[in-house]
Ligand binder design. Structure first.
Ligand code: MG
Length: 499
């Protein structure tokens, strides 16, 4: 390795340590900070973000010669990937002027506040001018970054590197063609599932204990992490040895917290599985939001809502919370946990209808950025699509187009990564069952080590060594297909709903 490369790597590692400090501030804001600290914290964050931005630009004298070495094929494989990935980030940062970034931050922070108010009052007209401005800026951003075919590609690439809108459209269209009639079949089924049997009274301290127990059982290392409470559950990493997540408790229902814990622990296991020696380089980073989400969804849905998992965990749950579970059979419990019902709010949706929520958003935001629809028409477009896909009339915009925070924060191109996560997870899971033939017997005994080791070996330890596309190919032998997820839903829900 050349001196230049080593110096460059040192600079990178310093940059990562600094961004960890920013991440700690973010975690603290969501978990600990008193209300009155908001403004000062925003200033601290902005100041540190400025320092980081300058630091990133200061690697240019190291990066430029390495980039020409890369183009001339003079770097070994490891250095090539590091330089390629850092260059991508650097180029993006350089293409967006400081003025543009500041303007976007200003517009989105105002938009966020107005959106929150507009949502409470279900008043889209109030939010519309802000969204209009955001869409304009995002179109501008796409232009500055450069793109092929659709400006949406430039935005999608921020969240799911190397993915394209065209591929997404094909995959999601296939999924949609399956989901709409399948959900209709479930609706018409004679099997009626009552989710209310899961409700009861669950003291928070006991829930906390149970959540910790489950996370540790999955393999989450509490010596290198913490579980706290926040309004919206999230996972955050400062280093592979300090990966934290949050959940939220409901006294009347044990599942919002538990499923959030299983989901976030899935994210956290990915970050704890990154090799410490790779910290500070792209090999110490996750591949994409879609791959990250595949980890959380594998644990939350494929494992955490499965019969084998509850064969193991249900007796533990019954022991901890005899009221209301002692009298409920595992079969009834399992059905209730997997109740499918079209509803208005994405974050409350079951795993079948969930993806239709995403498809609807993807179609709308793509057209919005491409300019084939306009902001003022969104409520009507949203409600018409909702009626078509879910068979439900949206009663007001707070249950419709205003429900999600993403667009108000300028996150356009983010939504599809949720469904990508589901698709990746099903394809990976199928490969893991091929490699571990008795996987489901293990899970039914509460043994998760082999599965976690499989994820570690095949996904976690690589960091960004592979792109998402190559990883899926390497691990499963095929490119990403919606087939695996569709087959999974078909099998599971045909059984539950006797279709
Ligand atoms: Mg997630």
């Amino acid at each position: 390795m050349t001196d230049l490369f080593l110096q460059f790597k040192e600079k990178l590692i310093e940059l990562y340590y600094l961004s960890s400090a920013l991440a700690v501030l973010h975690w603290d804001r969501e978990v600990n900070m008193p209300k009155k600290g908001v403004l000062a914290r925003a200033q601290t964050t902005a100041a540190l973000a400025g320092v980081l931005h300058e630091k990133l630009l200061s690697i240019k004298p190291f990066l430029l010669p390495l980039k020409s070495n890369l183009d001339d094929g003079k770097l070994d494989e490891e250095a090539s990937i590091i330089v390629r990935e850092v260059w991508r980030e650097f180029e993006k940062a350089e293409k967006l002027s400081t003025d543009f970034v500041k303007e976007l931050a200003r517009v989105t922070s105002e938009a966020h506040a107005t959106w929150a108010e507009a949502r409470t009052k279900s008043d889209f007209a109030k939010f519309a001018p802000h969204l209009h401005k955001i869409v304009e800026l995002k179109r501008e951003e796409a232009k500055l970054l450069g793109y092929k075919d659709s400006p949406y590609n430039a935005l999608l690439d921020t969240f799911e590197p190397y993915a394209t809108a065209e591929e997404m459209s094909i995959t999601l269209e296939e999924l949609k063609d399956f989901l709409i009639p399948f959900i209709q079949k479930i609706k018409n089924s004679s099997v009626k599932v009552d989710r209310n049997i899961l409700k009861g009274e669950f003291p928070i301290e006991e829930q906390v204990k149970f959540n910790r127990f489950v996370a540790e059982k999955m393999g989450y290392d509490l010596g290198a992490g913490r579980i706290d409470v926040s309004t919206h559950p999230f996972t955050i990493q400062f280093h592979p040895q300090d990966v934290r997540f949050t959940t939220r408790y409901d006294k009347a229902d044990v599942f919002p917290a538990l499923m959030a814990t299983i989901h976030e622990a899935g994210h956290a296991l990915y970050e704890q599985g990154i090799l410490v020696e790779n910290f500070g380089t792209p090999f110490g980073e996750s591949i994409s939001l879609g791959i990250h989400e595949s980890q959380s969804r594998s644990w939350e849905n494929l494992i955490g809502r499965s019969k084998p998992f509850w064969t193991y965990l249900y007796p533990e749950l019954q022991k901890e919370f005899p009221e209301p579970f002692a009298e409920t059979s595992l079969d009834n419990f399992y059905r209730a946990l997997n109740c499918v019902e079209p509803s208005f709010i994405r974050v409350e949706a079951d795993e079948v209808t969930y993806n239709l929520h995403i498809i609807l958003r993807f179609e709308i935001e793509k057209e919005l950025v491409e300019g084939s629809i306009e902001v003022d028409d969104l409520p009507k477009i949203w409600n018409d699509k909702f009626k078509e896909y879910f068979g439900l009339e949206v009663p007001d915009d707070s249950l419709g187009v205003l429900q999600d925070v993403h667009w108000s924060g300028g996150s356009i191109g983010y939504f599809p990564t949720y469904t990508l996560g589901n698709l990746y997870s099903a394809q990976f899971y199928s490969a893991s069952k091929r490699d571990i033939p008795d996987l489901e017997e293990q899970i039914a005994k509460g043994e998760f080590t082999d599965f976690l080791q499989w994820l570690r070996k095949n996904i976690h330890i690589h960091g960004k060594l592979y792109t998402a596309r190559d990883l899926v190919m390497n691990v499963t032998g095929e490119p990403l297909k919606s087939k695996y997820f569709i087959d999974y839903l078909k099998k599971k829900y045909s059984e539950i709903y006797k279709l």
